[in-house]
Design a protein around this ligand. Sequence first.
Ligand code: FAD
Length: 318
Amino acid sequence: MLTYVKKSIFDCIIIGGGPAGYTAAIYLARAEIKHILFTGFQPGGQLISTNKIENYPGFTNGISGYKLMESFKAQSERFGTMVKDNSVVKINFNIIKNLHEIILDNSFKIKTKALILATGASPRYLNIENENKLIGKGIYTCANCDGFFFKGKKVAVIGGGDKAAEESIYLSNICKKVYLIIRDKKMKASKIMQQKVLNIKNVEIFYYHKVIQIIGEKKLQAIYCKNITNNKNNKNYLFKVEAIFLAIGQIPNSLICKPNIKLDKYGYIITKSTITNIPGIFAAGDVQDSRYRQAITSAGSGCMSAIEVEKYLLKTTK
Ligand code: FAD
């Protein structure tokens, strides 16, 4: 199988095994476009780390992230998608006109006429002790997705931008108390968002505070925050919360695109209807979307990218 893959020239290679990549695969397979999908380090993508998805249409009672992504995979395979769990470590663009080459983690080189980059994004974490083992057990990155499970509880939001403000507003309607913990002296969120947050009674803001300790064994029990001003009257706090929601940014997985593919200042791929600056190279899902970052929007753009690939191949190979 691998020798076949190595010797072939594919019409399209999909990099990424999340909602965007698999949706693109379903469309390419049904259009009988010769393709292969590489899942990389996180087969199934970000949704794998969430217990229950309640906002993906079609599932009245919700569905686990794992099950949803297994269905995406099975559906694409039913139509003939070849799925491999390798990572792509390098892309050589236009080795000859309209032909690109990817290099895998096992050093295999594979050629393709088109490429869909669906490598997603990774949430930025605090990178402190105990964090890794409590992700999904009290540490979350999406209030829309997991806030519901903390109805009537005390939670904290970490961050001071628009996302942190949005998360706080959303959680304030569900939770008993929301602590908003901001490292700076003020919020970076837009004025309107700031005002909205300030007007909410059950949101309490702590400026100049930095999370320095995460407490809990099997689930989160508390966080310890240090006051980072020099003023000795200011206190450090222990927040006994059942969940924290990190809103400290996302890191798009776009390293393999550099320096050829145009990225914005945050590293997101710049696209117009999934089309990038290089002919034949398309991008879908979170890696090109700093705004919506949802499973449904990723799947939608995966579909768009496959349709664009079909049009591109028709134009360039006739
Ligand atoms: P991803 O899901 O990030 O998948 C990217 C894929 O690319 C992965 O398979 C990865 O291994 C692969 N990849 C990356 N680099 C390489 C490489 N070099 N080579 C090969 N493969 C590579 N959204 C909702 O709509 N509802 C929810 O309830 C919800 N809950 C969430 C809960 C959590 C904890 C998180 C983190 C996110 C949640 N989201 C939710 C957001 C949603 O998961 C993302 O918007 C969506 O998964 C993005 O899909 P994607 O296909 O663009 O990328």
